[in-house]
Design a protein around this ligand. Structure first.
Ligand code: MOS
Length: 742
């Protein structure tokens, strides 16, 4: 593996605007719901209005005879779907395993019971309203009080946490609760399914075209070449678009039955019912420390709600075993079933609610010990990953805390509640640390260096909106000197070499080795032709004496300007292009993880302002320092952290999905009633990236940064709220009612 050249880093370290930005702001980027095919029909689902029971009758004769209606899809005519076998990322994974209409049982409010297929969306919607569904109701449970019935699962254990807890010093035993949160990407989920008589093309809002293909192949019972999945642009997903949801199969069935393309766009209301959410979590934290501030034990026992028929576990304990040094630790998990659609991954699954609990507990224990919460964390910095004994590939949490404290002015903090004021406002300051795994998945890529002087790089991953198109172009530019505007990037299509999910903050780290291998192979081919072809100015010279830089082929001993544009070599060789392939391995069982503990780290410092007279709470200022390895595109990276911190403001103060106990419906199922943080809620943001490349993970040293910025924010905010008001909120979000006594 060659090292990274200086010129490569000058391209890679630059803050690039997204190369797909102009297409998006000018409306030329075609998103799934924009896809318009000849003779396209529209499907609209009929959703159950009970949360538990059975469908006893379906009256659709009136709907069927309405103008423009082509068919009513129901249990009796939808045809056969299969269950997936593997539930692995490579072979196909879903969170809701039951195919639509498989039985007549209703397990959650909004579950699909039928679908209308019509010539227009309006005709289909009108017909949906005319369908009458009879039910036999059963008792449902959507309560957020979670009591684990069976034994918890032990996730991590060392020493004897229970005994150590009882041995004096300071202790803390509190339970932290996070609510159901619903992903609200601006782009609604959608499928356009087109059965052409032999196979399918799916335009789909998916964060994983390859996984989507793998899932559909199994559930439809078709070979790979009969299922093409395309996802060119995404209006984000936050995890809700990682895995297939049943609407995709409804569109597939509708297209197969009608022989026409069918578009199905999930409504905002259905987004709260049918395409996942972050489950409610309940986390009991028991921490103890000696009077000097050294942690002596941590117990983290968490449960989350899951659907009736699927086992989603929110891995809240993911970061707990190694964030701090502690000899005695026990982390356990459990699920409690509720009549809700399946929960799924939501930005920073596990770590985000988990670090709300752990970091809140750390702040509370620091206060009991009368030790500054930053100093408390520094005192408990581990030397190795104590859960495995493995060395950290690259860990700079101490520097994150110290740098952040310095930038924030933390030394000025006076710990007494309500003791800090500015301009008549009471100030609260809080801190929270964060961590997220440095993951990489398998990937393949192809690079073509073309005789017209342009390049093309392709990979069957997709751009969720974070800047994946741009990163691929940057990688090719860095190693060839070809300008970004002469590099075409192809993503989001299963016809391309298989690529990773846009998930786990892993896409960039996954594609780096594959793209670099491909671009190097293509470059080598150009050099080989330069040495071999009669019309080349380098004919007869040794290929090893030649170099490819600044878009030119030249002698290693010469400056690039003395050489020729690479296109000239390809033209001389009568080649359309020189093509190189690359592939890289990875996954949750990455062998690298046997040798290193690979994580990103960070710290958030938060200021809130509080006006008790009018009970007005604002997050005014956040300083964040992230240790995420090398940032290949600092502009896109900053965008990720800023967006995540704003989402953290929403998590702390606004977001929660409420289920109506009467009928089990998620009732605040609109953007008017489900409050997310908006521009008006955005504090002053100061993001710093430490520059410690993690070359264990890849030669450029880049780890992922899309999710970590959300972890730890809510703990920092609730600690700041306590500092300002004296009220300790342990059940998110912080409601104004919680503070009225302050
Ligand atoms: Mo992310 S929750 O892995 O899309």
């Amino acid at each position: 593996m060659s090292t990274v050249s200086e010129s490569a880093l000058s391209v890679l370290g630059q803050p690039q605007s997204r190369i797909d930005g102009p297409l998006k702001v000018s409306g030329r980027a075609v998103y799934t719901s924009d896809v318009d095919l000849p003779d396209m029909l529209y499907a609209v689902p009929v959703c159950a209005t009970i949360a538990s029971g059975r469908v006893t009758s379906l009256e659709f004769a009136a709907a069927q005879s309405m103008p423009g209606v082509r068919m009513v899809l129901h249990r009796g005519n939808i045809g056969r779907f299969y269950r997936i076998a593997g539930n692995s990322i490579d072979a196909g994974f879903v969170d809701e395993a039951r195919p639509p209409f498989e039985d007549d049982v209703i397990r959650y409010y909004g579950q699909y019971v039928a679908a209308i297929v019509a010539e227009t969306f309006e005709a289909a919607s009108a017909a949906v309203a005319a369908v009458k569904v009879g039910y036999e109701k059963a008792a449902h449970d959507v309560s957020d009080e979670l009591a684990l019935a069976g034994e918890p699962q032990v996730q991590s254990e060392r020493g004897d946490a229970a005994t150590a807890y009882g041995q004096g010093g300071a202790t803390l035993d509190e339970t932290y609760v996070t609510p159901v949160e619903t992903h609200n990407p601006i782009e609604l989920h959608a499928t356009v399914a087109h059965w052409d008589g032999e196979g399918y093309t799916f335009y789909e809002t998916t964060q994983a075209v390859c996984n989507h293909q793998g899932t559909l192949m199994q559930m439809l019972g078709l070979p790979k070449e009969k299922v093409r999945v395309i996802s060119r642009y995404l209006g984000s997903g936050f995890g809700s678009k990682l895995w297939m949801w049943p609407h995709s199969l409804l569109a597939a069935a509708a297209s197969r039955h009608t022989g026409q393309p069918v578009k199905l766009v999930v409504s905002r209301k259905m987004m709260f019912q049918n395409v996942g959410h972050r489950p409610t979590t309940q986390q009991r934290m028991r921490l103890s420390a000696d009077s000097s501030g050294k942690l002596t034990s941590i117990r983290h026992d968490y449960v989350n709600h899951a659907a009736i028929a699927d086992d989603y576990e929110e891995s809240c304990g993911e970061i707990t075993p190694f964030l701090y040094s502690v000899p005695n630790l026990r982390v356990t998990s459990g699920i409690v079933r509720r009549n809700v659609g399946s929960p799924t991954s939501m930005r920073g699954p596990g770590a985000v609610p988990g670090l709300y609990a752990l970091e809140s507990a750390m702040n509370e224990l620091a206060r009991k010990l009368d030790i500054d919460p930053v100093a408390f964390r520094l005192m408990n910095e581990p030397k190795v990953d104590e859960s495995t004994g493995l060395p950290f590939s690259s860990r700079h949490l101490v520097e994150c805390l110290k740098t952040g404290a310095g930038k924030f002015g933390w030394a000025e903090r006076t710990p007494a509640v309500g003791s800090m004021t500015r301009d008549g406002l009471t100030l609260g300051w809080g801190v929270g640390a964060c961590g997220w795994p440095g993951l990489r998945f398998s990937a393949e890529a192809t690079v073509d260096l073309r005789a017209d002087g342009t390049a093309r790089v392709v990979c069957g991953t997709q751009d969720i909106g974070t800047g994946t198109y741009t990163i691929l172009a940057q990688l090719v530019a860095a190693h060839t000197g070809i300008p970004l505007d002469r590099i075409e990037v192809g993503l989001g299509d299963t016809m391309l070499p298989p690529g990773p999910v846009s998930g786990g903050s892993a896409a960039t780290a996954s594609v780096i080795p594959a793209v670099l291998q491909a671009v190097r192979a293509a470059g080598e081919m150009v050099l080989a032709r330069a040495a071999a072809v009669g019309e080349s100015p380098f004919h007869g010279e040794s290929k090893d004496a030649l170099a490819f830089s600044a878009g030119r082929v030249h002698r290693k001993t010469d400056a690039p300007e003395k050489g020729v544009p690479f296109a000239q070599i390809l033209q001389a060789a009568q080649m359309h292009s020189a093509s190189g392939k690359g592939s890289a391995q990875g996954g949750f069982d990455d062998p690298l993880k046997k040798h290193y503990s690979i994580y990103s780290y960070g710290a958030h410092f938060v200021e809130v302002t509080w006006q008790p007279e009018i009970a007005r709470l604002r997050v005014s200022r956040v300083v964040t320092v992230i240790d995420g390895g090398r940032m290949l595109n600092p502009r896109a990276a900053r965008n990720q952290i800023e967006g995540a911190v704003v989402m953290g403001v929403g998590m702390a103060l606004f977001e929660h999905t409420s289920y109506d106990p009467q009928n089990g419906a998620p009732i605040n199922s609109s953007l008017a009633d489900y409050i997310i943080a908006s521009h008006a809620d955005t504090p002053s943001l100061d993001v710093t990236f430490l520059d410690h490349p993690d070359t264990v993970l890849n030669e450029l040293g880049a780890r992922g940064i899309a999710e970590i910025g959300l972890a730890g924010v809510a703990a920092a905010i609730t600690d700041a709220v306590h500092h300002a008001t004296g009220v300790r909120v342990r059940k998110l979000p912080v409601m104004i009612e919680d503070l009225l006594a302050a």
